[in-house]
Design a protein around this ligand. Sequence first.
Ligand SMILES: *Cc1c(COP(=O)(O)O)cnc(C)c1O
Length: 461
Amino acid sequence: MAASPFPAYISTRGSSPDVDFTAALLAGVAPDGGLYVPTAWPDLRGTSAVHGGSAALATAVLAPFVGTALPPEVLERAATRMAGQFQHPETTPLVELAPGMFVLELFHGPTAAFKDYAMQMVAVLAEAALSSRSERLLLVTATSGDTGAAAVRAFAGLDRVDLVVLHPLGRVSPVQRLQMTTTGAANVLNLAVRGDFDDCQRLVKGLLAHAGLTQGRRVSSVNSINWARLAGQIPYFASAGQSLGSEADRATYVVPTGNFGDAFAGWAGRKIGLPMGGLLAATNRNDALVRALETGVYERTQAVSTASVSMDVQAPSNFERLVFEASGRDSGLTRGLFEDFARKGRVTLPGDLLSALRREVSAVSVSETETTQEIARTYAEFGRVICPHTAVALHAARRLDRSAGPVVALSTAHPAKFPESVEAALGFTPERPQQLEGLEGRTEVFESVDPTLEAVLAAIG
Ligand SMILES: *Cc1c(COP(=O)(O)O)cnc(C)c1O
């Protein structure tokens, strides 16, 4: 008889069986359509666990989430791989731009965006989980650029995982496309969809629900609805806290937000007792979250294209996790709201839930003009070139009162991934870091497909 999983994960919608960390990792979404969260949050307060170099720190923060689902050395191996793939000795250095104003640099990984941090670890954990089950996994993911690149780099060459990445043809930057298409790995299939990012997402949903494809094999996705990926982003909040020392618990973190994955990782970090103060989610013009917190109406609108492309999200999927927590873990309420939202694209949040949500996080939206101005201003004041996502966070960060404590803006991508936006603001393109060198010389492999399920299924074979 199987021992009960420790720690166990439950669904935000309340009607899925409890699973362990690896089952949550391999499944992605819970069977009832909800998102996995731990049954109880671990408490890291007062432990000495949250000290040490970045691999040790990541291991210590994640160990209580992985529990007995994997041997401890697997997690250590995952964390060591991640740290080894980052080009900076501190992995995620905290840099002070002005007194009390910091950026947390998360872009030193192999594809120069923060998604590398968790993805590098998740690949190792997934391979180990599959190996112990003697299973294989088909991962399908839609990308507007960064997720696909990070996933391809993390999963390329693994034995038990096949990865299919759908990107909108001609709508990702050349650097992003090259990062996905030049690994030469036999287990990666890149599909360039003749359509937009929403088509890619719709097709991935179709694939995950397609009986023929899921018959007799495990099919899952690796975006931030996956608990393992989200948990994998908690450790760098511990690392920032370590650098801030005695000031850490007064620090406000400003998180550039699309699907609210990174911001929820920050929320979870504070929940488990990492020394952290406020959380401010900064969105671009795709501001469903900001409007929800302002008006109590959570509404999906057409996504608009912005310079911070990786945040062009209609409805932040991890908002469901925050609603679940802020409602006092009321799965009935959460299920009702999000099933309604899926049907109607619009729900009204009950008043006491809204007040509770506002106590957990704040959110602001930053315009395209403000984003461009921030890139220019940050360069003029600090001699630093930043990417548009980082600019959204820094702009929001400037509005905060720094006498209340340090302000930490998360810097989620290297500016060289977004040369057009930087050039528009500064008149020159940023220098490429070492990990983005030499991409153009490599052979690209991808297939163009029509935006239909039949075409994508035929390509997967
Ligand atoms: C994915 C991404 C974000 C948004 O992160 P979420 O977890 O979706 O909120 C921000 N910046 C960059 C560079 C990204 O790639």
